[in-house]
Design a protein around this ligand. Structure first.
Ligand code: FUB
Length: 342
């Protein structure tokens, strides 16, 4: 596992080290990059960070995003195009605020943009919007996906054409406020508050043929330790927090995610898109900034990790998307990446 050295002219991070890679775009702030290859070109669907008045809090009230803008490039290292607004919260009948981490999919000539936002009750739901272009503009469905809740949708299409949505997040992502099947506005602010009980898990549901509704009730994407036991709520270095992503490598299903308050990107491997997934290790050590959220995509014969940090602003609420190469070892494990060099 080797990393390319940063150029000596590049600024050092607050920790005195150099950044492994530089921001993909500097004109706008972007985060939570969901990368896909459509017709040979790389498209990145990020959150579009903006500065707002909300003070920082544990529920992410300071992430006040209002719209989405798509990035695209011919290949990693080529010039990046920042496309015009693809969808604005004002165009989504049910949504009020906080257009958080999105994802996209393609099927039969239509592109689908999946996004979380808060409804009038203050509950996160997941919406979908469609377009004939990968960069939009997208037209939102009038209602969120039936049975959806929480945040961070990631849609994976398997080799047999079936698509699955992974989603969820604790703390501000509200997974812990949906355990009864209904949103409880008075529920815990963080998690289940049971460190010795199984942690809250990401959810997975297959999408129906329309790609705009669940074909089934969401179920837990169970993450277990080497002994097959569910990761526990108190295991904060390994348990799921948010930012689920799925990629398939050598026939195995790799569920990767953020550990949130411990700031790691980690992964777990299974033999079915539903899991269970056995925890394997870290993908990315903590970046500058509180959040860490990524995607993994293959292009040009290599695997790429798209991620984000706060290099440009120094503020967690104003992040910038980056990319670096990701390596699978011969035994299927993933090389841990340090986002800093020197
Ligand atoms: O960008 C807002 C939220 O912060 C995302 O939905 C989370 O994954 C975290 O990055």
């Amino acid at each position: 596992c080797t990393a390319a050295l940063g150029k000596s002219s590049e600024p050092r991070a607050p920790n005195g080290r150099r950044y492994l890679s530089q921001p993909l775009v500097r004109d706008i702030y972007t985060a939570d990059p969901s990368a896909h290859v459509f017709q040979g070109r790389i498209y990145v669907y990020p959150s579009h960070d903006i500065d707002g008045p909300a003070p920082e809090d544990d529920l992410g009230g300071h992430f006040e995003m209002r719209d989405y803008r798509v990035l695209s490039m011919d290949r990693v290292g080529a010039p990046v195009t920042v496309h015009p607004v693809a969808l604005d919260v004002a165009q989504v009948p049910w949504a009020t605020k906080q257009m958080w981490a999105p994802d996209a999919a393609y099927k039969n000539g239509t592109y689908y943009l999946y996004f979380p936002a808060k409804d009038r009750q203050g509950a996160f739901r997941i919406g979908v919007a469609t377009s004939k272009s990968p960069v939009g503009p997208f037209k939102a469905k009038p209602r969120p996906i039936k049975g959806s809740f929480s945040i961070d949708p990631a849609v994976f299409t398997d080799d047999d054409g079936r698509s699955y949505m992974y989603f969820g997040g604790i703390w501000g992502g509200q997974l812990q406020r949906n355990v009864t099947g209904r949103y409880d506005p008075n529920g815990s602010k963080t998690d289940l508050n049971r460190p010795n009980a199984p942690a809250l898990m990401p959810k997975v549901a297959r999408l129906d043929a329309s790609m705009t509704e669940f074909a089934e009730k969401p179920r837990d994407a169970l993450i277990v330790d080497e002994g097959g036991k569910p990761l526990l709520g108190g295991d904060t270095n390994r348990r799921f927090f948010e930012a689920a992503w799925m990629h398939k490598y050598n026939g195995k299903y790799y569920l990767s995610y953020s550990t949130g308050d411990t700031h790691y990107l980690v992964y777990a491997v299974g033999t079915s898109p539903y899991g269970p997934f056995t925890y394997k290790g870290r993908i990315l050590e903590p970046v500058q900034g509180w959040t860490t959220h990524h995607s993994i995509v293959q292009h040009g014969g290599k695997w790429w990790l798209f991620y984000a940090d706060s290099q440009l602003s120094g503020q967690t609420r104003l992040r910038n998307v980056k990319v670096t190469e990701l390596t699978h070892n011969p035994d299927g494990t993933i090389c841990t990446i340090d986002p800093f060099v020197d």
